[in-house]
Design a protein around this ligand. Structure first.
Ligand code: FAD
Length: 282
């Protein structure tokens, strides 16, 4: 088994092109998954590519119409950056604790592809585009098209995420709600992110994303679109049909953190609460 620390991003892509390596960024998921007895090396089962030295992937750049976030940018840096949207910061401050946030990355949150991942929930809400590269090739994809199930993505063994792009948007209200077993350092039992832009009483942009209730984050763009352009009261009068539209998609499981009955009830309460209070600004 090989353990490689590339000096440059180009070199990282060279190694990845062999198709046998697993990328390790902050390691906050991978080290836990491959943990071993104290003072013994982690039990990795494949060649490892440690990319934490690649400072060229650590940046937050305002590109006018979008914010470009380098794949190795840690959560603490994002929390302190003025250009990072408030709703994303509201989420990041609730991820783990300071030590994990100092090394954990959004790219790692995507790569781990947990249905309960908090960062990923916000990337769905913000229509994040991922810049994915392999040696000699590059593609861009919407977050929804990259995560396909628990621990599953469309990333091939030769590819890695280089950058996360957040299109600029203006909202009149945003909300991030995380229900965990304790106030801090908890994995979500269920989580909700909502954003709305209301102009002259008309809903111009409506977004809701729900985490830990299905195999991937639930975001129903067709339902959001259906109610875009309506008055606030028209949207609120449709609350029953809006909730009904989510019924086939809110399919949580029982696990060590929670159960399906509780998750379902909380998820629907969060949807209703956001819709019925979307005109009340923070
Ligand atoms: C104590 C603790 C608390 C936590 N709390 C939370 C929480 O509240 N909310 C939450 O969502 N998560 C939480 N996590 C999980 C974890 O911190 C996050 O998922 C984090 O974002 C992972 O980032 P990383 O850089 O450490 O990923 P790594 O562990 O380095 O990698 C994770 C996966 O992503 C892949 N990967 C990493 N970078 C790239 C890249 N550039 N391109 C392609 N694939 C890549 C890796 O190959 C691997 O499959 C917690 C973890 C711990 C240990």
């Amino acid at each position: 088994m090989k353990h490689v620390i590339p000096k440059t991003y180009k070199e990282a892509l060279e190694h990845l092109s062999e198709g046998t390596y697993k990328v390790l960024a902050g390691g906050t998921d991978l080290m836990v998954k491959n943990r071993s007895w104290s003072e013994t090396p982690a039990r990795f089962k494949q060649d490892m590519l440690y990319i934490h030295n690649l400072d060229e992937l650590r940046y937050v750049e305002d590109k006018g119409d979008h914010l470009a976030i380098g794949a190795l940018t840690d959560y603490e840096t994002l929390l302190r950056h003025e250009a990072v949207p408030k709703v994303l910061k509201d989420c990041l401050i609730e991820i783990a604790g300071p030590a994990i946030r100092k090394v954990g990355t959004l790219a790692g949150n995507i790569g781990n592809a947990s249905p309960a991942a908090d960062g990923v929930l916000l990337l769905y809400l913000l229509d994040a585009q991922l810049v994915i590269e392999r040696k000699g090739a590059r593609r861009e994809a919407l977050i929804d098209d990259v995560i396909t199930g628990p621990g599953k993505t469309t990333l091939s063994n030769e590819e890695m995420i280089k950058e996360i792009r957040l299109p600029k948007s203006t909202f009149t209200k945003t909300q991030f709600l995380k229900v965990g077993g304790r106030k801090a350092d908890a994995i979500s039992k269920v989580a909700f992110a909502g954003a709305v832009r209301i102009e002259d009483g008309i809903v111009k942009d409506l977004r809701m994303a729900i985490g830990a209730v299905n195999v991937t984050v639930v975001r129903l763009r067709e339902v959001e679109k259906l109610h875009t352009g309506e008055t606030i009261s028209a949207v609120q009068d449709s609350i029953v049909s809006i909730k009904n539209a989510y019924v086939p998609h809110i399919k949580p499981i029982d696990d060590q953190r929670s159960n399906r009955v509780y998750r379902k009830r909380v998820a629907f309460n969060m949807i209703e609460d956001f819709i019925m209070n979307m005109h009340i600004q923070d």
